[in-house]
Ligand binder design. Sequence first.
Ligand SMILES: Nc1nc2c(c(=O)[nH]1)N[C@H]1C(S)=C(S)[C@@H](COP(=O)(O)OP(=O)(O)OC[C@H]3O[C@@H](n4cnc5c(=O)[nH]c(N)nc54)[C@H](O)[C@@H]3O)O[C@H]1N2
Ligand SMILES: Nc1nc2c(c(=O)[nH]1)N[C@H]1C(S)=C(S)[C@@H](COP(=O)(O)OP(=O)(O)OC[C@H]3O[C@@H](n4cnc5c(=O)[nH]c(N)nc54)[C@H](O)[C@@H]3O)O[C@H]1N2
Ligand SMILES: [Mo]
Length: 679
Amino acid sequence: MFSAAGGFTGDWGTTSWGAWFETPAHLGLLEGFYTFGTNDRFDMRNSQLIVMWGANPAWSSPGSPTYNYYQAKKAGARFISIDPSYTATAELMDADWYPINPGTDHALALGIMHALLEMDSPENPLIDWEFLRRCTVGFDESNMPAGADPKKNFKDYLLGTYTGKPTTPEWAADICGISASEIRSLARQIGGTQRVALLTGWAPARIHNGEGWVQAFSTLGFMTGHMGRPGRMTGACCHYAAGNNGTRLVMAGANGLPAVKNPVTLKINHNELNRALLEKKFRQRGVGDVDANIQMIFHPFNATLQTRANIMQGIEAYRSGVEFIATAAYVPHTCAKYSDVILPVTTEWEREGTILNPSNREVIIAAVNVTQPLYEAKSDQWIAKELGKRLGVNVDEIFPISEKQQFFNKLNGATIITEDGVTKAPLFTITQADIDEWQVTGTPQEGRITLNEFLTKGKYQVERTPDDNYGYIAYEDFIRDPAANPRPTPSGKFEIYCETLVEKAKECGWTELPPIAEYIPSASGYEASFKDFSKKEKGDYPFQVYNPHYLRRSHSTLDNVPWLREQWPSPIYINTSDAKRLDIKQGETVLVTSPQGKILRPALVTQTMKPGVVALPHGSWTNVDETTGIDMAGADNTLTIQVPTGLGTSGWNTMLCNIEKWHGEQLTDDARLPQRIIG
Ligand SMILES: Nc1nc2c(c(=O)[nH]1)N[C@H]1C(S)=C(S)[C@@H](COP(=O)(O)OP(=O)(O)OC[C@H]3O[C@@H](n4cnc5c(=O)[nH]c(N)nc54)[C@H](O)[C@@H]3O)O[C@H]1N2
Ligand SMILES: Nc1nc2c(c(=O)[nH]1)N[C@H]1C(S)=C(S)[C@@H](COP(=O)(O)OP(=O)(O)OC[C@H]3O[C@@H](n4cnc5c(=O)[nH]c(N)nc54)[C@H](O)[C@@H]3O)O[C@H]1N2
Ligand SMILES: [Mo]
């Protein structure tokens, strides 16, 4: 509607993926429209060693895919977890835990790769030289891409041949907090085991300067050849593809609405949202700084003020002279709270219905209408149309069909990949009687399940067996025959040396990126927690704080549900030794401070956190006490900062803070506070 009314300035960012958002495409790792790079759930059972590198499916992957990991364990796989905390998944898999400082995975990977070079020999082969030669460019001076300086090869960077600074395990240990002997042990295990799965979540890449980590992690996979073959895989493995990657087997149809092009191409990176309001400038990719005079903000289905960095500065920016802020919301969440007008919107349970795709590849889920809209609530589309009419938009052109017809189109067009593993067929059986009953237009068709059965059950799941045609091995064709199946890169191979990264960073214009995975400390990461890194003297914000995705809520959604609050109190997780030193006892209120803001939280004192690191669960609804400026709810983004680096990656997991015992009144449990709800 806003596009049709003349256009709007949008926003862009790397949200979930961190540096996995864009970097993999340049390295030649993009598969279809997403990059997970791992194999399907049955193949995972062929792995002998599974490395969960910053991944906790038991907490943050929908549909309980932890089951897939457990089946691999039962089939004999051993597990390693590289994580600042000993996770629920690590516990279930009885994984060996390597506690790491957040945002330093890049250094660890470089240390492991150096150790591989130290220990590899024909008698003790740890490096897959054949894979490197056949499938990659840039590893050593003998396989550099055309035009590149041979001295800039990755192997010589690891060895420090020209820099004098080798990335030894000792060097890496000093940064990542895992000892040099453990780093060598990781190298021996990863390089010396035949079938290894290197699985990372996006969390270690949701850091400032994260692009090099994605490149280093991928290069470790290339070096050890753990890719494209049974039981061998290297890639992101989380969210809806955790432990089960591959082409979607069931898919919703299109809703049938025409696409409306936004005539305005300006887009603000998430790390410059506040700058755009406060300095009235932002950096447009490919252009440079442009002037901005934002007079109105409209929040549809997102919680931007809450879920992007630096809420306190955001509030200041919202109050700094933006004329009008409106939010379509069904609960008084943070964006709604700081708006001039809230437009009450229906929930998914009050609308015609929809089909949800982002579940795992085998499942399709229906969201169905269970009640008429309550009170004055209207659908997002109704709101868009009524606003559009008043802005002179021909709304019948952009919304030519009803919401019911849109839902029906999604059902009518839904497909399943048939048992041959290739052909698509209609998923739902739809009769003329269904069409008449729905009062929509459509074509009857024969499918796998009737419409009524699907909507009654609420889901459809493809049945799988270990020997079916739905198996998936990422990059299989390329790795079997690289010449016949080139990757979409200038070299046609995976690029350890990647000139495109250098160019794309220039296009963004914030900080430069090297062509190989050279280590760049993260802005506000581990190194920045010291006043003097060489003397290991801590600074004013000595703790690293990161944000696990938390079982109480989905981001900020559902944060006001008392039952969930009771079960999941959203504490700050702190190591026992740190708590003891600061005289903080289990459950006591602590003050957490960063240069951006202050929060109060109950302490959860545990030995399952790495000392020097604290975990603050993602997504509580900020609740700022206007007299003290303290956020009593402990929103993660009250502490975070907007720093644009590299390819515009948002760095939520590389933040610093201070922790102290709170001598004021103790916090009331979140579950016992009055529910923030419209009633
Ligand atoms: N510090 C920190 N910040 C993070 C992260 C982190 O780890 N740490 N994680 C990041 C990640 S991975 C993500 S994906 C983002 C998520 O960022 P958001 O997408 O902004 O997060 P949600 O809280 O899910 O916001 C959805 C909002 O839409 C509302 N809503 C839901 N359905 C509808 C609807 O149909 N219509 C309308 N009008 N409103 C609706 C909900 O009430 C909720 O307020 O957060 C990012 N922010
Ligand atoms: N319950 C619940 N589930 C969710 C969500 C939610 O809000 N609630 N959000 C969903 C969304 S949109 C997304 S994008 C995904 C996110 O899923 P992921 O990207 O996998 O993120 P997390 O679950 O936050 O973190 C995974 C693990 O990484 C660890 N970790 C954090 N920082 C680092 C680091 O720097 N290095 C290493 N090695 N480990 C680190 C954490 O301790 C955690 O064990 O979760 C999805 N699932
Ligand atoms: Mo996400």
